[in-house]
Design a protein around this ligand. Structure first.
Ligand code: LLP
Length: 386
């Protein structure tokens, strides 16, 4: 919900821009950490969802660690206050340079995605005279029932180590002297709203970790990744994700061994609802079939609708006119540069301020300069509203 005061302040800001409601971010973190504290869980925020310094610093202050997927994310995490001892690093294609960055920083865990990667981390760690702590990212072959581009735990996905490779990994661990196995890591997809996926994941974790426990290989840490979805359809009614059901389901279904620590990597559920893309209407054009609202924001600012056919609620922040049906599009020279098709909006005209909601996660971070557009800047509620 964007307040009247905020809309007034928007008048003097160059559009398009990202607007972050810092009160909602703090409230979300308060609810999230109330559950992690209650159950004694550890959380590492997935920096890929939003890496703006103010957002990172707020999340860091709330006590979360960081989940990174590149050497630069590791550097950004440290720069913004995250302790290396709370940083995990995943990704199927870690380069030698990135691995060295993380080794130098002394991160908590490399979440390893293949046997060749484990060998390279060992060699680089040996060269630096250190021991790398690793977890195995396991592909549990679970369908997260989400968009195919953001499903990561099915047999056909590129992520994780397959269970049939466990023996090879166990043999390797005996041979490699600069690797220490500290846990297992899972992440089966993103924007998961089918809650039955999480008990299923817990059952798979139990089945897969038993293999190691039977072989007397200690698994001190279980990392269940991120993935909890948010309500893109009704952001005002559900500004905070369903952390209650999520954590209660995990607590009920996960068998935790004595001394074992449980970790999570939330991204979207922390930052999605606090972010909005604010744009102005450039033109309203009557097409052959549709009426088009043409915004000054495009797929270069928010690519999710073009890439995943994602829905973002669109609001005209200033008009109370009669409802009319429109297509809402951006200025980029691609037909896929469309935010919504055939939606009801109050009568809209040139200059109206529009908000695309639920844009805090995978919005600004995925922006690009296609058509040589400028990158949208970030503005924060506690800075623009006095
Ligand atoms: N952990 C790992 C290993 C991941 O790959 C991801 C997201 C997360 C945690 C955080 O997941 P979340 O809690 O945000 O669902 N660009 C796409 C989403 C890509 C997600 C990639 N991995 C989108 O806009 O929907």
């Amino acid at each position: 919900m964007i307040t009247k005061q905020a809309i007034e302040a928007f008048g003097s800001i160059r559009t398009p821009f990202y607007y972050y409601d810092m009160e909602l971010l703090k409230e979300t973190l308060k609810v999230y950490t109330s559950y992690t504290k209650k159950f004694g869980y550890n959380a590492h925020y997935a920096i890929k969802a939003n890496a703006e310094p103010r957002i990172l610093q707020t999340i860091c202050k709330a006590g979360l660690g960081a989940d990174c997927v590149s050497g630069n994310e590791v550097k950004i995490a440290i720069k913004n206050g995250f302790a290396p001892s709370k940083i995990v690093y995943a990704g199927v294609g870690k380069s030698d340079r990135e691995i060295k960055t993380a080794l130098k920083a002394g991160i908590f865990s490399f979440n390893c995605e293949s046997v060749p990667e484990i060998r390279i981390i060992n060699d680089l760690a040996a060269g630096m005279g250190v021991v790398a702590k690793i977890s195995l990212r396991v592909n549990p072959d679970i369908d997260a029932h989400t968009h195919k581009y953001i499903s990561t735990g099915r047999k056909e996905d590129k992520f994780g180590i397959s269970p049939w490779e466990f023996q090879a990994v166990a043999d390797l661990l005996k041979e490699l002297k600069n690797i220490k196995l500290i846990g297992l890591h899972f992440h089966v997809g993103s924007q998961i709203l089918d809650m039955s996926v999480f008990p299923l994941l817990c059952r798979m974790v139990e089945q897969l970790q038993s293999w190691f426990i039977d072989k007397k290989i200690k698994i001190d840490n279980i990392n269940l990744g991120g993935g909890l979805g948010v309500d893109y359809q009704n952001p005002d009614q559900n500004p905070i994700a369903n952390f209650k059901d999520y954590f209660e389901l995990i607590h009920k279904n996960l068998i935790v061994r004595p001394g074992q620590k449980i970790h999570f990597e939330p991204g979207r559920a922390i930052v999605a609802q606090c972010g909005h893309l604010i744009s102005r209407v450039l033109y309203v054009k009557i097409g052959q079939k549709m009426k088009f609202v043409i915004l000054d924001a495009g797929m270069n600012d928010l690519i999710r609708p073009a890439l995943y056919q994602a829905h973002h609620d669109i609001e005209n922040l200033v008009s109370t006119g009669k409802k009319t049906k429109y297509d809402v599009v951006g200025p980029v020279c691609e037909s896929s540069d469309k935010f919504a098709h055939n939606i009801w909006l109050p009568e809209t005209k040139r200059g109206d301020l529009m908000a695309l909601h639920t844009a805090g996660a995978y919005g600004q971070v995925m922006a690009m300069r296609y058509n040589q557009k400028d990158l949208a800047k970030a503005y924060y509620s506690d800075e623009i509203i006095k």
